[in-house]
Every structure is written in C-alpha cells, then in structure tokens.
Design a protein around this ligand. Sequence first.
Ligand code: MTE
Ligand code: LUZ
Ligand code: MOS
Length: 751
Amino acid sequence: MKNIDANGHVRGESLFIDDILTKQHCLYAAVLASDVAHAKDVVIDIQRAEKFPGVEKILLAKDITGQNQVGGILLDEPLLCEDEIHFQGMPMAVIVAQSDFIAKQARQLIEVSYTQLPVITTAKEAFEKGEFINAARSFTLGDTDVAFRECKYVVEDDTFSNGQEHLYLETQGAYAEKMENGCIKLMSSTQGPTVVQRIAARILGLSMHKIEVDVTRLGGGFGGKEDQATPWACMAALATHILHKPVKLILDRHDDLKMTGKRHPYESHFKIGLDENFKIKAFDVQFLQNSGAAADLSPAIAERTLFHATNSYYIPNVKTTVHSCKTNLPPNTAFRGFGGPQGMFVIESAIAKAAEQLNIPAWKIQQANLLSEHDTFSYGQIAKKVEAQNVWKQLNNKIDIDAVDKSIQQFNQASQQFKKGMAVMPICFGISFTNTPMNHARALVHIYQDGSVGISTGAVEMGQSVNTKMLQVAAETFSIDPELIKLETTNTTRVANTSPTAASATADLNGKALLKACTALLDRLKHVAAEELSVGVDTLEINNGWVEVNGEKTELDWKNLVFKTFWKRICLTENAHYATPIIKFDKSKEKGHPFAYHVYGAALIQTTVDCLRGTYEIDSIDIVHDFGKSMNKGVDLGQVEGALAQGIGWMTMEEVAYNEEGRLLSNTLSTYKIPDVFSIAKDIKVEALETDGHDMAIFKSKAVGEPPLMYGIGAYFAISNAMKAFNPNYQSKYHSPMTPEKVMMVLYGKE
Ligand code: MTE
Ligand code: LUZ
Ligand code: MOS
C-alpha cells in the first residue's frame, strides 16, 4: 500500500495551513516577542505602532475576553505577557494588520519597558535555587542502599544531554474564521485538535461547542505541535473573535525558533553497581530536567524519563528521581521519545563508564543484563513477550558483534590518523500515553449510497502516514478497493474529545476504533446480503468487492449491496470507541501496568573519526527492529530511518545554544546544524525481528514512530570509543552532542 499522500506531496498539491485560500477581508497577524528573559514591571506602549497605516488592532493581555491562560497540565502560562516576562521569546502582543509585512513593520514600533531580573538558564542553577515546576518524582525497586554495599564494582558520574530543535518543515500557524452565532472555525497545524479547542474556548471565554478545529495535515510535528501549536491558534481565534474578520497567523522560521520550546536538556548524576559477572545490581539516578519557564508537558515528560531509565535491562535495585527545574528558557516540550531518550542516555553512559573501569567493551555489560520474560520494571509492570534478547541475538547472527569489535581493534592498531569505533544500542520503549485516561479514541465511518466510504478519526497526519494506515484498516476490513475510501480531515465536530496524535499510539488507538466501526458496518451489510441471497450469514464473506457464499463469488457486489442496505433504511454510518484494556497506573505508589506493550530493537553503529580534523563519519548501522507484524513495511521503514537520523542529529551535531542572558544563539539554520544526506550513515540496514506481532497493536503491527530515535544514542558512544583509541587518557564526560569541535578538543586533551 503506497502512502496516500505521495501524489499530492510530489506534485505540490497537498494543503498545509499557508495554502488555505483565505476568505475576503482576511487579516494577518504577527507576534511581538520579549527581548529579555526575565523582567517585572512590564509596560507595553503600542501608541506609535497602532497608528501605522494598515494596522487594524494590536491585542494585549487586557484584550483577552476569557482567561489569559494556555497551560495544559498546570495553569502557569499566560498567552500574552501581563506584567512579568519569564523567557526571551515570550509573546507580548499580537499585531493584526492588512498584510503580514505591515504587521511586522508595525511590530518594530512597539516600545516595551521593564525592570530586569536575574536569569537562570541551567537546570543545575534552578535546582540549587529551589526553582521547580512541581514536586519531584521517584521510582524505586528493591533496595539500592543494600545492593550497592554488595557490589564488586561501583562507578558514578555526571551526564548532560542537550535540547533539540524540532525543525518541522511547516512552521507553527493557524487560520481562523468567524462563523454565525459567534462561533469560530480554526484551521490549525496542531497534533492536538481538542487541546486547541479546549484552550481557545478558555482564552475566548466560550464553550467548546462554539469552537471547531479542523486539521488537514501537518508538515511535521515531532512533538513540537502537541501543546505548542495552541497559542498561535488562540491568538488567531481571539483576533477573529474581536475583529469579526478571518485572521491568518504564521510564524516565520526566525520567530518560530525564538518563541517555541524544544527537547529538554537534562543534567543528571548516576551511580551504578555491578557484580563479578557484570550483572548490574543497583542503579541510582538523579535527573535534572531543564523545563523552561512554564510546565507545558514537562511533568509528563519527566515521568517518561523515569519509565525508560533502565532501557532494555533488568536491574533488581533501582532508584530514579526527576526534578523539573524552572528556568528562564522558553518552556521545553514534547519531542519524539518524550523524555525517554534523555533517560536512556544516562543508563548507557553508566554502562560505558563501568566498561571503561572494568576494561571490557560496553556491549558485554549490555548483553549480560538484557530483560527476560517476567522481569519486573521499576514501575511494577511485569515484562511479557520480551524481545530484548531476541533482537540482540538476531543482530549478532546478522553481524557478529565480537568479530566487528576485533576487526576495529586491528584497524586501530594499524591506523594513526583514522580511528574506528563501534557501539551497540538496544532499545525498549513503552507504548501508551503514560497518563492512562488519555488512551482512548473514536472513529466515524460513513458508507455513501454509491459504495464509497468516508472516514474520520482523531488521528492527525503529520508525515508519519497514519492516514494511509487508517485507510488500510478500512480497505482490509471491508475488502474493497482502496480507491473507494477517503480520509477526511481531523475535525473536532466529527470526532470529539481526542487525545493528541502522540506517544506513537495513534495508529493503535484510532485504528482499533476504526476497526470496530468497520466491523459493525460489515456485519450489518452481511445480514442484508444473507437475506438477499437466502443463505446463512456465516457462509458469507465480502472479498475484493464481491459477496462470496462458501468461497464462491455471487452476482452481488459491494456497490449493489450498499445500495440495497440503504434502500432498506438501514444505517450506513457507524461511530466506534476504543479504550486500551488492562493498563493502569497508581501515582501514589508509582506502580502499575502503564503500557499496552513494549517495542524492542538493537542497533550496531560503526564510525570512523579523522583524528587530524576532528570530523567523523558514520560508516554503517545495522538494526534489528521489532515491528511486530508490520502492516506497511514501506511506511515503517521510513519511520525507522527518519527517527534514526533525528536521533543521530541530537547526539552528534544539533547544538541548541543559549547565552547567559537566555538569548537563543542557534537561531538560524547556519548556526544550528541538522543531519543531511552527507552526515547520515553511508550504509543503513534494517531487518525486521521475526515475530507474530502483538494483539494490542493494530493488525498486530507495533507502534513505530518514536522508538527508533533512540538508536541514535549509539552514535555518541561509537564516536567516543573511536576517540579513546586515539587518546587513551580521554575520560568521557558524557556530554552530548558530540560535535566535531568537541571531538577535536577531546582528542588533544583540551576539553
Ligand atoms: N514522522 C513524520 N514524518 N513527521 C512527524 O512529525 N512525529 C513523530 C513520529 N513520526 C512525526 C513522525 C512523533 S513525535 C510521534 S509521537 C509519532 O510519529 C506520532 O504518530 P503515530 O502515533 O501515528 O506514530
Ligand atoms: N504525550 C503524552 C506523549 O501526553 N503522554 C505520553 O506518554 C507521551 N509519550 C510519548 C510522546 N508523547
Ligand atoms: Mo510525539 S513526542 O509523542 O509527538
């Protein structure tokens, strides 16, 4: 099954927010962002700007007709600045004008005065000053104090992983129209149509039924539009609400980079203990999450860090604590992996440090500690259908890890300027929103009287091809030509109360709801066919658009059957709901069974470092990935490759930089380097783990969106190992990303 958007994308016909044909009298909005990171006594003077020809209105906090509050988990984030500034890039005013150009010209005429306050940019500093978003959380298993005393080897160290810019191709934006009776229709580039509807209603002081949110597709989200698409939609909605004209608000790249949050940087401290057989007996971590100036999704992201702090290893004694530290950076937010990658970087650093100490390759420790069936995770879930050892075995069969290691050592003995390194990166990622109540979805299916089908779900298409998967569910269930089926936009009036498209669970949740709706309709159609053909309903099937009785094709085809059903006044529409069974979590005990299942995989990454220049290349990546029983191999492979590139970028070259004043320095694409075709591995081989798949996954095809990002962590350690071959005195600092500049300094002992 080809991606149903392929034609439209290649021909440039697919619609994104900026492609919507705006209605007459449309106005354009630009946002004024604060220029300092922390201040009080803020006064915004719009007198000059207001008079600029073509400006219709400049909206300030006082113009908000409802509550000035966009916080999702905690109510701690104003849409527009009142009298305090908490980060550079904080929205201060919305300039609404006859053109985008005019709005931006007028923006320069706004004058802001304030009293500056001290700025905190690092998690550590916030921690020391007691600046937190919420209370710390801890997961514990066994007794680490006792276990550490019995360990033969104990090592500890600090780690740092930096943030990451989402860099979705389509920047944030929304388009709003006033409808009759004071209603508003919003077209938003959001992963969470219901989030936008709920918060826009709050900002405007309206009920949710007065706000309709429609999403055609996103030019990428990667988590950056799970919560942070909301403010721009609210601003456009507010302007429309007040001015009674359509309003379009699209951030240009520079504004987007400056005003939106990113992946959370983490500063952590670990302690790991092993016995004489390299079994990890105890693990203790303190994670300091740099949350930024408001909660956004930070508490949920912090939680997922704890869930993934032991990656695919069984550790009997664990204590993990996370502090969400409040700093003067833009609120950091969801990014593919959602705190999981930050957790996994620390355990991998701990294993690397232990390996250094024991003078053995890290993969020997990894291999000795992989999860087995019925092992307990630190959060109480018992591991079932565990594939951690199976992916490792299949990888080792494919490419002999020990042999690769030995050949690299030989190479390094013979080579001066170039050194090679390798690392294995196993992954284990839990599927379900960790917040159990979010795990449900709905689907609405219409069969039209000509036999064509329209499908609405809560899923948002953002390039991950969830719509293609939804179409497959319907086409396979009905057994009809996919050409007869259309995926409708994601719209809050057709499918309400949706969870955002996130947590990699969208195809599972919405697909299972859709499967239920299609199955109910199919059943209804079959009863009509049985009546028409005077046969028992059990003898009958629809196959490739024809009704078959006992496997024999009849005269009755899909279109006829649909029309007969309609003529008999039988309903051809079905709405279904699916809620993930089994899952639960008790926050008071920090124990439960939060995940429907886990996704596993293992990657072997090989690199070559040029020790004269500090540059490196990724030579090859061999992956065995647990797709379950993939329902679309092309799409799933694309997800693995895309996530891998993003993970490698995070670990090796993407360097989000703020100065001490909280100003984003990496605010252009010339100062923020993302992976391109030259920086990605020359040779990527992805093999599927052979399994029957998982019943909790749609068509047994496991969620695939986020987990492969974490293979990228292996690139950091592969490069690091190559550097050790050049400079045996090098003690890794476990600071990512490992940029070429850093490599250069480390190689010559300058770091
Ligand atoms: N793939 C593309 N092309 N674009 C995206 O924005 N987002 C990722 C992943 N793959 C993304 C993507 C993230 S962060 C998630 S959570 C999943 O897709 C969400 O979609 P799913 O639940 O359908 O996998
Ligand atoms: N979003 C969310 C997520 O709200 N809860 C989650 O558990 C999650 N996990 C991954 C990505 N987004
Ligand atoms: Mo993905 S971080 O769940 O949007």
